[in-house]
Design a protein around this ligand. Structure first.
Ligand SMILES: NC(=O)c1ccc[n+]([C@@H]2O[C@H](COP(=O)([O-])OP(=O)(O)OC[C@H]3O[C@@H](n4cnc5c(N)ncnc54)[C@H](OP(=O)(O)O)[C@@H]3O)[C@@H](O)[C@H]2O)c1
Length: 291
C-alpha cells in the first residue's frame, strides 16, 4: 500500500483515560497527533488543542467525517467506549466497526486497537466479546493491525481510609491474583507500536504490569502510607450490573493462568509494578489516586 501520509498519528478517545495516555506518550516522543473528537469545545478537547494537537471533529455515525479524519495519517489508535448495558455493547460494536471501516477506506498504514485481555477467546462477558467482534472485523479488514489487550487499569483500585486503616474492597476472593496495568504504560506501549519502535509478535500484546491478590494490593497501599491495611472480599452479587458480575467471574478464572510479566517490559522496560504505580501517582491515604 503506498498512501502518502502526513506522519500524524490519529487517536480516538484522546479526551479519555486510555487515549489520553496514548497522547501523552506520543507527545513525549515528539510525534504529531490528530485527535478525533466529537466536541471540540469541551474542556478536554481544548486542553488537547492547547498542547499543539490537531483536532478533527467526527461523528461515529458519519463515515465521511471518520474517513476525512483518518486521511493521510501514519497510524491510528482507538479504543471503544465503556458499555454497562447490552444496548451500550451494541453501540460499542457499532462504533468500533465504523472506525475500522473508515480506517480501511482511508487506507491507514497501521491500526492499533486497545481491546481487552482475553479477547482472543470467547468469554461470555458481553463487553469483552464485543471487543473480540471488533478484533475479528479488524482482522478481516485487510489492514495492518495490532491488538493491545489491557488488563484492568491500576487506576481503578481505590481503597478507602476507615478509622486510620486502609481498606480495599473488591468482588474477588482473597486468593485471586488480579492482573493489572497502569494507564501510563498502556500509552507507552501504544506509542512504541504506533511509531514503529516495536512490533507485537503475532500481532497482539497482552498488557500485564503486575499480578497481585487483594490482600497484597491492600498491603502495598498500607506500606506506602505507613498505615495498617486490610482487604475485604465483597460478593459479586453486590455489583449492580450483570455485565460487571460476568466480568469479575471471568477475572477469577483468568487468575488460574499466571502471566509472564516480562512481556510488557519488552515494549516498555520501565513498566510500573503496582507499588511503583502507587508511588508514581503521588497517592496518599484517603485520596483517590490521580488518573
Ligand atoms: N477500566 C478498566 O480497567 C478497563 C480495562 C481494560 C479495558 N477497558 C475498556 O476500556 C474502554 C474505556 O476506555 P477509557 O477508560 O479510556 O474510556 P473513557 O476514559 O471513558 O473515554 C472515552 C473516550 O471515548 C470518547 N467517546 C465516547 N463515545 C464517543 C462517541 N460516540 N463519539 C466520539 N467519541 C466518543 C470520549 O470522548 P468525550 O470526551 O467526547 O466523551 C472519550 O475520549 C472500555 O471499552 C473498557 O471496556 C477498561
Amino acid at each position: 500500500m503506498s498512501t502518502r501520509t502526513t506522519g500524524k498519528i490519529a487517536v480516538f478517545g484522546a479526551t479519555g483515560h486510555q487515549g489520553g495516555a496514548v497522547v501523552d506518550a506520543l507527545l513525549d516522543k515528539g510525534a504529531p497527533v490528530r485527535a478525533l473528537v466529537r466536541d471540540p469545545r469541551s474542556d478536554r478537547a481544548r486542553a488537547l488543542a492547547a498542547r499543539g494537537i490537531e483536532l478533527a471533529v467526527i461523528r461515529t455515525d458519519d463515515s465521511g467525517s471518520l474517513v476525512g479524519a483518518l486521511t493521510e495519517v501514519e497510524a491510528f489508535s482507538f479504543m471503544t467506549p465503556e458499555a454497562n448495558t447490552l444496548e451500550e455493547v451494541e453501540a460499542e460494536i457499532r462504533i468500533g466497526t465504523a472506525l475500522v471501516d473508515a480506517a480501511a477506506a482511508a487506507r491507514v498504514p497501521h491500526v492499533v486497537f486497545n481491546s481487552v485481555f482475553g479477547a482472543d477467546q470467547e468469554s461470555g462477558v458481553p463487553h469483552h466479546d464485543s471487543k473480540r467482534a471488533i478484533e475479528q472485523h479488524l482482522t478481516e479488514s485487510g489492514l495492518r493491525v495490532t491488538m493491545m489487550r489491557p488488563t484492568p487499569f491500576m487506576e481503578v483500585m481505590s481503597p478507602s481510609l476507615e478509622n486510620g486503616e486502609i481498606v480495599l474492597r473488591l468482588p474477588l476472593p482473597e486468593d485471586v491474583a488480579v492482573k493489572m496495568i497502569s494507564l501510563r504504560d498502556i500509552g507507552r506501549v501504544a506509542a512504541a507500536l504506533l511509531l514503529g519502535a516495536a512490533e507485537a509478535p503475532g500481532g497482539a500484546v497482552e498488557l500485564v504490569g503486575d499480578e497481585l491478590t487483594g490482600p497484597q494490593m491492600a498491603a502495598a497501599f498500607g506500606a506506602h502510607a505507613g498505615l495498617p491495611a486490610r482487604y475485604e472480599a465483597v460478593p459479586v452479587s453486590m455489583l449492580p450490573s450483570e455485565l460487571d458480575r460476568a466480568m469479575f467471574r471471568q477475572f477469577a478464572k483468568m487468575a488460574e493462568h499466571p502471566s509472564d510479566l516480562s512481556v510488557v517490559r519488552a515494549f516498555e522496560p520501565a513498566a510500573l509494578d503496582f507499588a511503583g504505580w502507587i508511588r508514581s501517582t503521588g497517592w496518599s491515604a484517603g485520596l483517590h489516586p490521580e488518573n
